[in-house]
Write a protein that binds this ligand. Structure first.
Ligand SMILES: CC/C=C\C/C=C\C[C@@H](O)/C=C/C=C/C=C\[C@@H](O)CCCC(=O)O
Ligand SMILES: [Zn+2]
Length: 584
C-alpha cells in the first residue's frame, strides 16, 4: 500500500506544512515513548487538542493525527509535550567505556532516512522544509552540538538556530566530551580529546574543498562548516548534517588518503541540503549529484585523470553491489526505485551514488563538456535551492535549459532506460583509464600468476598509491578465480603493498574480504577484530555477508554478531541480522 506522495511518510503536505520547529530537549530523559499532550498556542495560552496515534506499521512507525481547530487558515503554533523512547531508532547512547577517552558517555543521532520521527513528532518527509531553534539541557561537563549554529551557551544549556529551511532528516544532535580545533575560517573539527589533533591534521584541506565546491556550485549559504568525528559505531562514512558534518573515524588514515568523504559531505551543502529529493525514491538527486560534484572537486584539485579514476572505482563498487548485496533484488538496481513496500534502510545501496553520477557525467559529455554543463549545474542549483524536487522536475529543467541550445543531443538521452532499467548504467562514459589500468595490471598478475612468479615480476616493483591499492583489491575480489589463493600468497601481498601496517580502513576491509575468499580458517581473530573495531555498514555488512556464505564462517559470524550487536546502532544491527538471515 502506498501512503501518499511520499511512500515512507504519513505527512500530508498538501493539507499542512511545518514551517519552524522549536525544540526544548532535556537530555538523558529516556522514558518510554509518549506524547503527553498536544496544545495549540493562542495569546500566550495553551489550549489542549485531541490527538490519536495509530498502530505501528513496520518500517514506517505510527500516524499522529491532531484534530486542529476548525479555523485553520494561515499559521498555527502547536506545543507538543513528549518523551522519547530508549529504543528511538535515530539515537545511539554510548557508555563511557564505548568512547575513545572512556571518561564520559556520548549520544548521537542519525535521522536519515526516516528516523527523525523517533525523536520529534513531525512531518518526517523530505518534501517539507522548516527552520528550527533548539534549547538543549545536558550534563554541564559535556558539549552539545547540532546541525545548526550555536547561539548561546551557559552551564548545561546550549541554544541553536538553523535559519536555512531543512528537511527533517537533517536534524542532528551529538553530546559528548568534545574538544575543537580550528581548521579554516569557517571550520572547526570536533572530536574527543585524544583524537582531535590527528583529526584536525587529516581534515586540514577542508577550506580548500569548500572554496572549490563554491566555484562549482555557488556561494556556501550555511555560514559554518564544522566536522564532528564520531565514535566508531557511527554506521556511515559521513552524514551531511548542515553546519556540522558527522564523519566516521575510519576515514582518518593518517595520510589524507580517505578525505574524499569530506569533499562528498561538503558537496551535499548544495546537492541534497539545498536542492533536496522530495522522497527517497529519488535519492539519486541527492547522492548522484553529490558524487558528481565530489568528483569535480577531485578533478580540480588532483587532475582529470583522478576524477575519472574515482568514477571508475565507483563502477567497481557498483558491480560488487550487484553481485553481492542486491543479487536477489534486481528492482533495487534501478536509479529511481519504488519504495511503496520497502523501507529506505532496506533499499539503501551504492546504486543512486554511482549510477546517478554516471548518468550526469554521460549528460555532461553529450551536452558539450564541463564548461557548458557546469553553467547548467549552477543554474539548476540556484533555481531549486530551498526546494524539494522529483526526477521529473530535474528532467523538465534539463529540457527548458538545453532545448533551444542542443535539441538533437537532448533527444539522444534515453530517460526511461537510465531511470528505470535494472543493472549497470546504460552508457559507460569514455573515461581516462591511466590510473585505473595500473591497478588492473596488478590485479591481473595476482589472479593469474603463481606466488613464485609474482616474486620475480617487475610489475610489483611499481609503487601504488593508497587509492590504487584499494582499487587493486576491489578488482581482485571481483575475480571469479584467483590462482593459489592461500596464506602464502596473502602474506606476500601484504608484504609487497605494506598492508600489515596500514591504518587505511578501506584497504583493511578489502584485505579481510580477500582472507575470507581464501577461506583462511586461522585468520578469524583478525577478521572479527576488524568487524568489531567499527560498525560502519559499508564495511561490516559485506564481511558478515561473505562469512554467511561460508559454511565454516557462518556460525562464527552469527556468534560474534550476537555478542556485539547491542553496541551497534539499530540500523546496523537490523541490516546485518537480515544479511545473516537471522531474527533479533
Ligand atoms: C534508493 C535508496 C532509497 C533510500 C535510501 C535513503 C537513505 C537510507 C538510509 O539508510 C540512510 C543513509 C545515510 C547515508 C549517509 C551517508 C552515506 O553517504 C554513506 C555512504 C556509505 C559509507 O561511506 O559508509
Ligand atoms: Zn552522500
Amino acid at each position: 500500500m502506498r501512503l501518499g506522495p511520499d511512500p515512507s511518510s504519513y505527512s500530508q503536505p498538501d493539507l499542512v506544512k511545518i514551517q519552524h520547529i522549536d525544540l526544548d530537549w532535556n537530555l538523558l530523559d529516556v522514558s518510554d515513548i509518549n506524547i503527553e499532550s498536544v496544545n495549540v498556542k493562542a495569546n500566550d495560552c495553551e489550549v489542549p487538542l485531541k490527538f490519536q496515534i495509530s498502530d505501528t506499521v513496520p518500517d514506517i512507525g505510527s500516524k499522529l493525527t491532531i484534530d486542529l481547530p476548525t479555523k485553520t487558515d494561515g499559521e498555527l503554533i502547536l506545543v507538543i509535550y513528549y518523551k522519547t523512547s530508549p529504543n528511538a531508532s535515530a539515537l545511539q547512547w554510548l557508555d563511557a567505556e564505548q568512547t575513545s577517552n572512556k571518561n564520559h558517555p556520548f549520544m548521537f543521532s542519525q535521522c536519515q532516512a526516516i528516523h527523525a520521527r523517533s525523536i520529534v513528532p513531525c512531518q518526517d518527509s523530505p518534501s517539507i522544509k522548516f527552520t528550527y531553534s533548539a534549547t538543549v539541557h545536558h550534563p554541564p561537563e559535556l558539549v552539545a552540538l547540532m546541525s545548526a549554529i550555536r547561539v548561546g551557551n551557559q552551564t548545561g544549556i546550549t541554544k541553536f538556530e538553523q535559519k536555512v529551511p531543512i528537511p527533517s532528516y537533517l536534524l542532528a544532535i551529538a553530546v559528548g566530551d568534545l574538544y575543537s580545533k580550528q581548521v579554516g575560517p569557517r571550520s572547526h573539527v570536533w572530536a574527543e580529546k585524544n583524537v582531535v589533533d590527528e583529526a584536525a591534521a587529516e581534515f586540514s584541506d577542508t577550506e580548500t574543498f569548500i572554496q572549490t565546491a563554491e566555484e562549482i556550485c555557488g556561494p556556501y549559504l550555511w555560514k559554518v562548516y564544522d566536522l564532528l568525528v564520531m565514535p566508531p559505531s557511527f554506521p556511515f562514512g559521513g552524514m551531511e548534517n548542515p553546519c556540522l558534518t558527522f564523519v566516521t573515524p575510519t576515514v582518518i588514515a593518517g595520510d589524507k588518503s580517505l578525505v574524499d568523504v569530506v569533499a562528498h559531505e561538503i558537496s551535499h551543502s548544495w546537492t541534497g541540503n539545498l536542492v533536496t529529493n522530495a522522497n527517497f525514491e529519488h535519492f539519486w538527486l541527492n547522492e548522484g549529484f553529490t558524487v558528481f560534484v565530489e568528483q569535480k572537486i577531485i578533478g580540480r584539485l588532483r587532475g582529470s585523470q583522478y576524477r575519472d579514476f574515482h568514477a571508475l572505482h565507483g563502477l567497481s563498487e557498483l558491480k560488487d553491489t550487484f553481485k553481492n548485496q542486491l543479487k536477489n533484488e534486481p528492482e533495487l538496481t534501478k536509479l529511481v526505485v519504488d519504495l511503496s513496500n520497502v523501507g529506505p534502510d532496506d533499499a539503501f545501496s551504492s546504486v543512486p551514488y554511482m549510477k546517478g553520477s554516471t548518468f550526469l557525467r554521460y549528460m555532461e559529455d553529450l551536452f558539450g563538456g564541463p564548461t557548458i554543463f557546469e553553467l547548467f549545474l549552477k543554474k539548476y542549483l540556484d533555481q531549486f535551492k530551498y526546494q524539494s524536487i522529483l526526477t521529473k522536475d530535474f528532467k523538465k529543467y534539463v529540457y527548458e535549459y538545453f532545448n533551444e541550445k542542443i535539441p538533437e543531443r537532448l533527444e539522444e538521452v534515453d530517460w526511461d532506460k537510465w531511470l528505470y532499467s535494472e543493472g549497470m548504467p546504460v552508457v559507460i562514459p569514455n573515461y581516462d583509464t591511466t590510473v585505473y589500468d595500473t591497478c588492473k595490471k596488478h590485479a591481473d598478475l595476482w589472479s593469474i600468476a603463481t606466488t613464485a612468479d609474482i616474486k620475480i615480476s617487475p610489475v610489483i616493483r611499481e609503487e601504488l598509491s593508497s587509492i590504487q591499492k584499494i582499487e587493486f583489491l576491489s578488482q581482485l575480489l571481483d575475480k571469479s578465480e584467483i590462482r593459489d589463493l592461500n596464506e602464502a600468497k596473502i602474506v606476500l601481498m601484504a608484504e609487497t603493498y605494506g598492508f600489515d601496517n596500514t591504518k587505511n580502513s578501506e584497504i583493511r576491509f578489502r584485505l579481510m574480504r580477500l582472507i575470507i575468499k581464501a577461506r583462511l580458517t586461522d585468520r578469524f581473530d583478525e577478521i572479527f577484530a576488524f568487524a568489531n573495531s567499527n560498525f560502519r555498514m559499508k564495511f561490516v555488512r559485506p564481511i558478515y555477508r561473505d562469512l554467511g556464505e561460508w559454511t565454516v564462517g557462518k556460525p562464527l559470524a552469527i556468534a560474534n554478531f550476537l555478542k556485539v550487536k547491542d553496541q551497534m546502532m539499530k540500523v546496523c544491527a537490523y541490516t546485518v541480522a537480515k544479511d545473516l538471515g537471522i531474527n533479533i
